[in-house]
Write a protein that binds this ligand. Structure first.
Ligand SMILES: [Fe+2]
Ligand SMILES: [Fe+2]
Length: 165
């Protein structure tokens, strides 16, 4: 792992949890080619997926945009902020759409159309969000180490625990 900062470590842990969630989704999509009949395990999986997807994008993205990126902008690092914010704008509605479809399916199953929508949005989400997390793991965490002073690091870590949990 690249970063020795407190906030870098917290974001990294979150990223690993997100990758695990997305891999779970990818496996579910890979196991089910045609519209699946959902047993209790599959319904529980979809309910859990909806909850974690929402939390991960809404809280984690919110923290990055409202608390971390302003520190970068203060230091003149607008390019990386614009790129990552743009990716958030694409990923967040996609994650919410997948979460909504998963919630509905956990309650009343998939019909053919819902399944196609879930499969398409789900695989696009997996691809885009894994790529986004990888980019942050490679570029953002080392930039934090280079740019964020220890007192700002401590403040960000505290805010993170308040906002993300
Ligand atoms: Fe991000
Ligand atoms: Fe992130």
């Amino acid at each position: 792992m690249l970063s020795q900062t407190k906030i870098g470590t917290l974001l990294h842990e979150d990223h690993m949890a997100t990758i695990e969630t997305l891999q779970g989704l990818e496996e579910f999509l890979g196991r089910n080619k045609a519209t699946p009949k959902l047993d209790d395990t599959a319904k529980a999986f979809l309910g859990h997926l909806a909850k974690t997807l929402r939390e991960e994008v809404e809280k984690h993205f919110g923290f990055e945009e409202n608390h971390l990126f302003p520190v970068f902008i203060e230091r003149g690092e607008t390019g990386i902020v614009m790129m990552l914010t743009h990716e958030h704008r694409v990923i967040l509605p996609l994650a919410v759409q997948v979460a909504e479809l998963a919630t509905a399916a956990a309650e009343s199953g998939f019909d053919a159309q819902n399944w196609l929508d879930f499969r398409d949005a789900g695989s696009e989400l997996v691809e885009r969000e894994i790529f986004h997390v990888q980019k942050e793991e490679m570029g953002l965490l080392s930039a934090i180490s280079a740019l964020v002073a220890p007192d700002v690091d401590a403040r960000l870590a505290e805010t993170y625990r308040e906002v993300v949990g």
